[in-house]
Design a protein around this ligand. Structure first.
Ligand code: SAM
Length: 237
């Protein structure tokens, strides 16, 4: 890592053990990327800024509290933001979901190699199924998704998973007023609402990032998420 650590911009700093785990995760990604196409963001600032920092900057309120927490990462792909969160929040239980079996196997192997087996559970399934499973529905204080689908689609995946006091974090690059209007319409149908948008300029001129928090306003109607494929085909907005 370069001497200008990206988290100098955050209120949270990783411990030396956590830094070692991030380094180990980078080695594991290199190893697994040779077998499964997980991510192209593995080296240098691609890894430290576009993967680790970008996964963690929206979590500062949770990072500073360090309380026990159930977190779900939907569409985890090569393990982001989920594995970075598991390292940064040692009190958290993580559930990572992806529908692609070979990615799930690789991320499970990486979690095991990092000593996270006890706290990280992988599920190979569509998010529409996860949201209807009573073991998952309304169970999570934090539900996150990065680069998975359009925001109204992601909202339909995440909101049914939230506990009454839970928060969904939708990681986005660009964000427009029209995006916000569409998401608000979708959120209302899910009995939830958007909170203040978080904005962060990534270090090393890697662009602007937005995270849109959603909070439940009551119980999510039973019909959501709809059947596999329907949220993406007929987005709520
Ligand atoms: C572009 S990748 C992003 C991976 C990771 N979140 C990241 O930011 O690097 C999107 C991932 O979402 C998964 N995905 C998309 N729709 C899904 C769904 N309905 N259920 C489960 N996984 C889904 C895909 O299989 C893919 O691995």
């Amino acid at each position: 890592m370069s001497s200008t650590a990206p988290w100098d911009q955050l209120t949270w700093q990783p411990s030396s053990d956590q830094l070692q785990q991030f380094n180990r995760l980078q080695e594991l990604l290199r190893e697994w990327n040779g077998k499964v196409n997980l991510t192209r963001l593995v080296e240098g600032e691609d890894y430290w800024i576009s993967q680790i920092f970008d996964s963690l900057w929206p979590l500062q309120p949770w990072l500073s509290k360090g309380e026990p927490l159930k977190v779900i990462d939907v569409g985890t792909g090569g393990g982001f933001p989920g594995l970075a969160i598991a390292i940064a929040l040692p009190q958290a239980q993580l559930t990572l979901v992806d529908s692609v079996g070979r990615k799930v196997q690789a991320v499970q192997a990486m979690a095991d190699a990092l000593g996270l087996t006890e706290r990280v559970q992988l599920r190979c399934e569509r998010a529409e199924k996860t949201g209807r499973d009573p073991h998952c529905r309304r169970q999570f204080q934090l539900a996150v998704a990065r680069a998975v689908a359009a925001a109204p689609v992601v909202a339909e995946y995440l909101v049914p998973l939230l506990s009454a006091d839970g928060t969904a974090l939708l990681y986005r690059g660009q964000w427009s007023d029209e995006d916000q209007r569409q998401l608000q319409r979708a959120a209302a149908q899910l009995n939830s609402s958007t909170e203040t948008i978080q904005v962060q300029e990534l270090p090393a001129e890697r662009g602007l990032r937005h995270v849109i928090p959603l909070r439940p306003q009551g119980v999510c109607p039973k019909q959501y998420p709809r059947a596999v494929g329907v949220p993406a085909k007929l987005p709520l907005a």
